[in-house]
Structure formats: C-alpha cells, structure tokens
Ligand binder design. Structure first.
Ligand SMILES: Cc1ncc(COP(=O)(O)O)c(C=O)c1O
Length: 370
C-alpha cells in the first residue's frame, strides 16, 4: 500500500537517538535546549519552548494569554479538533469561522463578522502548510492577539518570513507524520521572554527549575524548587529533541521534495476537469506542502478505487463544528460544501517518481469511463 503520509528517517535519526540513550540523560535536558535554540533561530523568534504536542502548545498559548471562562476564541472549522479543544480546555468558547474555498484557510471576512467584545484570541491555521494572509488578518484583528496554528507549516514562509513569528505565539506539531517529525512533540515560538519563562515552568507542573537545570546549577543535584502556579506535564524530552535536530537540518530539502511532488501531480492531472489542485505558491505564500488536498468529483468512489489499487488517501478535514461535541449544527456553507469534495493525496519526501506517476495514472483511469 502507498501510505498518505510517511516520516522521512534514516541512520542519522537512529544514531542521534542512540547517542542520547548512551548519554544517560533522556528526559528534558540539553538536547531539548539545543533544539529550542535552533528552532527559534529557524523561525526568527527569540524563544521556543519544547512541548509534547501542538495540542499542548495551543493549550499553553491560551493560558499564557489569560483566556478563560466567558471569553471567545475564533478558530477555523477546517482543522484538526485540537484547535477547538484547546479553547474548551481553557473554559472559553470556540467560535468557528468559515474558510476560503480555494486555500481552505480561515475566511477573514467571516473572522471580522465574528469578532465580539468577548473575543480574546484568534487562531488561524496555516492549512496544509499554506500561510494565512497574516497582514490582512492583523488588520481585521486589531488589538486581539493571534496564535498561529503552525501544525502543518514547519518551513512555510509568508512574505519571506517564517511562520511561527507572525503573531503573538506560534504552535508547532512534530507528530509522526508532520514535515518535521519526532514521533510526538510540539513547541511554541514567541518573542515575549516573560511568557516563555512562564511556559517553561508550566510545561513541568509549575516547577521553577527542571531537573537538568538543577543538575547544571549545582553538580550534586540540589533538590529544592518552588511551585508558584499549578502547571501541566507537557514537556519535550531529549530523545524526541535529538530526532528533531536531525529533522530540522533536513527540513528545507524535504519540503523541496514535497513541492516537486505537488508539481508532478499538478502537471499530470491538469487535463482532468474533475480535479482541482490546491493553489500554487506565490512570492508571498510559500507552503510547506504538508498536504496535497485536491477537490475531486465523486470523491468517495475515487478514494475507494485508489484504495483497491493500493493507494491510500485521506480527508483533511471534516469541519469540526459538525462533530457532536461541538453541536453538529451546519452553519458554515463553504466548509460544508468543500468537505464533500476534498481528498488528500499521498505526499512525503520518500514517495518515488514512479509511485507519483502510478497515482496519477490510476486517477486518470478512474475518470476515463465517466
Ligand atoms: C491543524 C492542527 N492543529 C493541531 C494539531 C495537533 O498536533 P499534535 O498532534 O502535535 O497535538 C494538528 C495535528 O494533526 C493539526 O493538524
């Protein structure tokens, strides 16, 4: 079977993990600190705080901004449930916005309509890796803080700048199938030093000094610490960070290969009127191409046909306001319509040209007699 996603690993990640295991320090420690430093530089921000997921990052970001009961947070509906759940974790109400039919990113006019005196944050998702038009969003948002959901977007650029430093806080996922994949993992990126220090305490139950810091400060590992605020248990660890450091070095090349594969799909499928490809990159919008989400006539039949030929596909996403936990009340027409058409084609750096051509030929074969 050709998978939809696949991590891009070789001996370098294996060696990096082995080195950490041999070192005798596998928890939150020096590799995490090194990853944080390098990833902050990569994103052009002052601080990065390593966490165990992007879900934890979104939750943390809302905590840092003081979002709480009675507040509203605007999120797109075309996203993974984490973007909505994190709002509820903080006792606030997610307000779902519709999407742009071409980019599938949050519809900025709908955001403008949904801002109220209770709106305490907006979380745009750089859907599939394509940056949201952040300058326009900032105009719409005014003083309301923006948390970027960069789960898909490691390495994406908006007007030449990496995502993750374009709002107050950026949240990244390093989950097993993301462009920078650690297995599990995440981070927040930000320029506010005080918030970053608070996040470092908060990811470790509120404890003011991690065990590595205490070992570093006093070689005999002095036991004492303070806990001023009740935090979570959501930190990154050194095994994951070591994988992340290798992946970070490969990221640009891996994203380039993703771009190449999308170009092959675009060229190979261009004569099919039943298929619509995602918008191309432009000078201001460089996607990390986490997803190649096409719109396809007879989407479900195509998906089954491909599966029967050994090709897995996916759908990203069912609009999350349609899940029962969010009331399942149809109200966002563009997302609801697009949902019936979208299909995620296989996309990962190790997908070979032959496999891409096979996928293209199989899609053509499906439509030949229709
Ligand atoms: C848009 C979006 N936000 C958040 C997340 C959550 O990421 P994690 O699995 O690292 O918690 C995901 C994961 O797929 C995602 O796609």
């Amino acid at each position: 079977m050709i998978q939809v996603f696949k991590p891009y690993y070789d001996h370098e990640e294996i060696e990096a993990v082995a080195e950490v295991i041999r070192s005798g320090w596998v928890g939150l420690g020096p590799k995490t600190a090194q990853f944080e430093k390098e990833f902050a530089e990569f994103c052009g921000v002052k601080q990065c705080v390593g966490l165990n997921s992007c879900t934890a990052g979104l939750d943390m970001a809302l905590r840092l901004l003081g979002v709480n009961h009675g507040h509203e947070v605007i999120v797109p509906t075309m996203t993974f449930v984490s973007t909505g759940h994190c709002v509820v974790y903080n006792l606030a109400t997610p307000i779902f916005a519709d999407i742009d039919k071409d980019t599938l990113n949050i519809d900025l006019d709908d955001v403008a309509r949904k801002i109220s005196p209770r709106t305490k944050a907006i979380i745009p998702v750089h859907y599939g890796g394509r940056p949201v038009d952040m300058d326009r969003l900032k105009e719409v948002a005014g003083h309301i803080p923006i948390i970027e959901d960069c789960a898909h977007a490691s390495g994406a650029r908006y007007k030449g700048n990496p995502v993750g430093g374009l709002g107050e806080i950026g949240c990244f996922s390093f989950h097993a199938v993301k462009n920078l994949a650690m297995g599990e993992g995440g981070a927040i990126t930000l320029n506010n030093e005080a918030m970053a220090q608070r996040a470092k305490r908060n990811r470790w139950l509120g404890i003011d000094k991690g065990t590595w810091d205490r070992t570093k400060l006093d070689r005999s590992y002095w036991w004492e610490y303070h806990v001023d605020e009740i935090g979570l248990k959501s930190h990154l660890n050194d095994i994951l960070a070591a994988i992340g450091l290798v992946q970070l070095r490969k990221l640009e090349k891996a994203n380039m290969r993703r771009r190449q594969i999308v170009s092959m799909y675009r060229e190979g499928l261009k004569k099919l009127s039943q298929i619509k490809m995602p918008p191309e990159d432009g000078d201001d919008f460089i996607s990390s191409w986490h997803l190649c989400e096409i719109k396809a006539e007879n989407r479900n039949d195509l998906s089954i046909f491909l599966r029967d030929k050994g090709i897995n596909t996916g759908v990203h996403y069912k609009p999350i306001h349609l899940y029962r936990c969010y009331g399942n009340r149809p109200s966002l027409p563009i997302a609801e319509k697009v949902f019936s058409q979208i299909l995620t084609l296989p996309l990962y750096p190790d997908l070979s040209d032959d496999e891409v051509n096979f996928i293209i030929d199989t899609i053509k074969a499906f439509y030949r007699n229709r």
